[in-house]
Design a protein around this ligand. Structure first.
Ligand code: MG
Length: 390
């Protein structure tokens, strides 16, 4: 087994934790050579001390000294953007895991590609806000590659091994439908943050959990799928599969459909990305659980009811508008979700805010990360203005 040096961006988050779970199972295979986080120095120090990580980055620059003081060995600790980018481009790393949350992840994604890294990408915003830039940068750095970590995209990536790109008829992204499937109008408007934070199948961070309740998560995934697989939006469909057993499917031109199944456990798509192009025998241990087909709840599919959950339509609209439009969609959602969690707007107003920001957006072609960030900032400001008026 060839060993692999890993740099983990976003080590203290949910995806970071699942990645460390895989790394821990295969100490001969993986060596953690760099890790960074936004601000959780206690957790990052704990990880660093356990794995003896030689390079550490912390977004919140003022915390770098405190982080260094918590280490019981000698490491290079860099604060601010410099620290994150040093981890993204670490010379020792064979594989970079991009698990930062939010638009800041785009800069490290571009940096990792420029450094010719193999990138296991979980940061949605990289593709949602920076799809054009990522595509252009990948063309300039053919040695770099992106392997999707998101469960749906990992599923499609695996299904696509069954046919050529020109044989794809449709990508079928599955969604659990979130906890509020079937709710409408006034009932949906009355949903509280506590209700929305309880996801039936997946255990994730707060922003993703709310995004999955509004279906905005699926909307962002449609945009992500567009950039990863270069399939036009009208050939990307969303289907509800409440138990999250079928993670996505590809329909080919001959009418045959290939699906990928597995227990709803993020460690599976993460391990696929870490080991790619190989597969590791994760299931020889007790966890993660195997699918027990004989006792499985029925695997049912439903169409997506767009009327109460318009996120996916908004995403396709943003893709049609092109260039900077998905940045506006994403920026508005990033402001609307915390506003909902703080009780400032009702659940259904998340859609109103996103739609209004998107429709008011003037499409431009951002040339670099800074321009993406500026458009993101404008969209957030617009969203805040709408929320204040609410
Ligand atoms: Mg997903």
């Amino acid at each position: 087994m060839k060993s692999l040096n890993v740099s983990l961006l976003g080590a203290t988050g949910s995806i970071g934790g699942s990645t460390l779970d895989i790394i821990e199972r295969f100490p001969q295979k993986f060596k953690l050579v760099a890790a960074c986080a936004k601000q959780n120095i206690n957790k990052l120090a704990e990880i660093a001390n356990k794995y003896r990580v030689p390079l550490l980055g912390i977004s919140e620059a003022s915390l770098a000294k405190e982080l260094a003081a918590k280490l019981d060995y000698k490491a290079e600790v860099l604060g601010g953007e410099e620290g994150i980018l040093a981890c993204a481009t670490a010379g020792a790393a064979d594989l970079v895991v991009g698990a930062l949350v939010g638009i800041a992840g785009l800069k490290s994604t571009l940096a990792a590609i420029c450094a010719d890294k193999k990138l296991a990408l979980a940061n949605k915003e990289s593709l949602v806000a920076g799809g054009h830039l990522v595509e252009k940068t990948l063309k300039e750095h053919p040695k770099a590659a992106i392997i999707p970590v998101d469960s749906e995209h990992s599923a499609i990536f695996q299904c696509l091994k069954s046919g050529a790109h020109n044989e794809i008829k449709r990508l079928l992204l599955t969604a659990s439908g979130g906890p509020f499937r079937g709710l409408k109008g006034a009932d949906l408007a009355r949903v509280t943050p506590e209700m929305a934070l309880k996801h039936p199948n997946w255990n994730m961070g707060a922003k993703v959990t709310i995004d999955s309740a509004t279906m905005m998560n699926k909307a962002l995934e449609v945009i992500e799928a567009y950039w990863l697989f270069k399939v036009p939006p009208e050939q990307i469909s969303v289907l509800i599969q409440p138990k999250s057993i079928v993670h996505s499917m590809v329909e080919f031109v001959d009418g045959q459909v290939v699906a990928q199944m597995g227990p709803p456990d993020m460690r599976l798509p993460i391990s696929y990305a870490l080991f790619y192009p190989e597969r590791a025998p994760l299931n020889t241990t007790k966890e993660p659980p195997l699918l027990d087909f004989a006792h499985l709840a029925p695997v049912e599919f439903f169409g997506l009811d767009m009327a109460p959950f318009p996120s996916v339509d908004l995403a396709k609209e943003a893709l049609k508008m092109g260039h900077s439009a998905p940045i506006a969609l994403n920026g508005a959602d990033e402001v609307a979700v915390p506003a909902f969690l703080r009780g400032e707007i009702p659940f259904t107003a998340i859609y109103d805010v996103v739609e209004k920001v998107l429709l008011a957006h003037k499409v431009t072609e951002p040339a670099d990360y800074e321009e993406v960030l500026a458009i993101d900032g404008e969209s957030r400001a617009k969203a805040k203005e709408l929320i204040a008026r609410h």
